[in-house]
Ligand binder design. Structure first.
Ligand code: ADP
Length: 283
């Protein structure tokens, strides 16, 4: 029989693992510094954030504040300096192959067709040929690219390439998507169309999404919660629940009085931090 302290430890560990089971990912007092030429630069400071499975979290903050760094920590491409990053109940200690990563650049392989690009993550995971063909066919349809499976990336429009990228990020069953300004380079109309498609995919497959954007309107329109980062070293200034019912009409959501209130509040926070950055640079 263990001591009282041991019993308490076991109970705590038990309770913690139950909490972990209901969180998709969690940053616990995560700090990250980069060292160069013996100079250490703090980028993230005590970031604590957890996501429920299927939640859509948008992250906004000044450029260079550490947003991509946060995604890279969850992807296991970087390690925290202190604190912890937990993914589905376990600390991230190596490259996290269970997340899909979508960036502004689509990184499609130019000499592979749409089908070939979609098959790539499955080939790497040694999924059988028959299973790969079935999944690729379903993915092509899911993102509305039927008839384009044999096309090469150079034969596709910008929007189509984005759709392939989204399908590729989801094809191996990743239930978490890390998205780093994915639609930043698209024109305003196309961006709206692709955002609507992303919402449809999200409603259908319901992945957890951590979505970095510099566009506050986009963040509030899409997300369940918006996290606002300060300038570097990034700390969380606000976490705002977005209580706009779904499905949302992305075109008109921004005209709701509620939307305007939230936007005004979060923009005031962001603006104060942008000027901090300028003063720091000149000061
Ligand atoms: P954001 O995505 O918010 O624009 P990043 O996470 O890309 O910010 O970068 C945050 C800060 O960390 C920037 O000042 C950047 O120059 C610095 N940084 C990013 N990656 C590295 C690295 N590998 N080595 C040194 N500094 C880096």
């Amino acid at each position: 029989m263990g001591s009282k302290d041991e019993d308490v430890t076991v109970l705590l560990a038990d309770a913690r693992s139950q909490v972990s089971a209901v969180t998709a990912f969690e940053f616990r007092s995560a700090c990250k510094s980069y060292a160069k030429d013996n100079v250490s630069t703090a980028v993230l400071k005590d970031v604590s954030l957890s996501a429920k499975p299927g939640e859509f979290i948008a992250l906004v903050g000044p450029s260079g504040s550490g947003k991509s760094t946060l995604l890279n920590l969850l992807a296991g491409l970087l390690k925290v300096t202190s604190g912890e990053v937990i993914f589905q109940g376990k600390p991230v200690r190596a490259v996290n192959t269970q997340v899909g990563y979508v960036t502004q650049r689509d990184n499609l392989v130019p000499w592979r067709t749409v089908e070939g690009n979609l098959a790539l993550p499955l080939e790497i995971r040694k999924v059988s040929r028959a299973e790969t063909e079935t999944r690729v066919r379903a993915a092509v349809e899911q993102v509305g690219l039927s008839g384009f499976g044999k096309h090469y990336p150079s034969e596709l429009s910008g929007g189509m390439r984005k759709r392939v990228t989204l399908a590729r990020a989801l094809i191996y069953g990743a239930n978490t998507l890390l998205m780093d300004e994915p639609f930043g380079a698209l024109d305003a109309q196309l961006k709206l169309v692709i955002e609507e498609e992303l919402m449809e995919l999200w409603h259908a497959a319901h992945p957890t999404i951590l979505y970095v954007t510099h566009d506050l309107t986009e963040a509030i329109t899409l997300a369940d919660r918006v996290v606002v980062f300060s300038s570097r070293p990034a700390q969380i200034l606000a976490i705002e629940n977005i209580d706009i019912p779904r499905p949302r009409d992305l075109n008109t959501t921004r005209f709701l009085p509620y939307f305007r209130d939230v936007h005004e509040r979060l923009w005031a926070l962001l603006k104060a931090n942008l000027s901090d950055t300028r003063e720091n640079r000149h000061g």
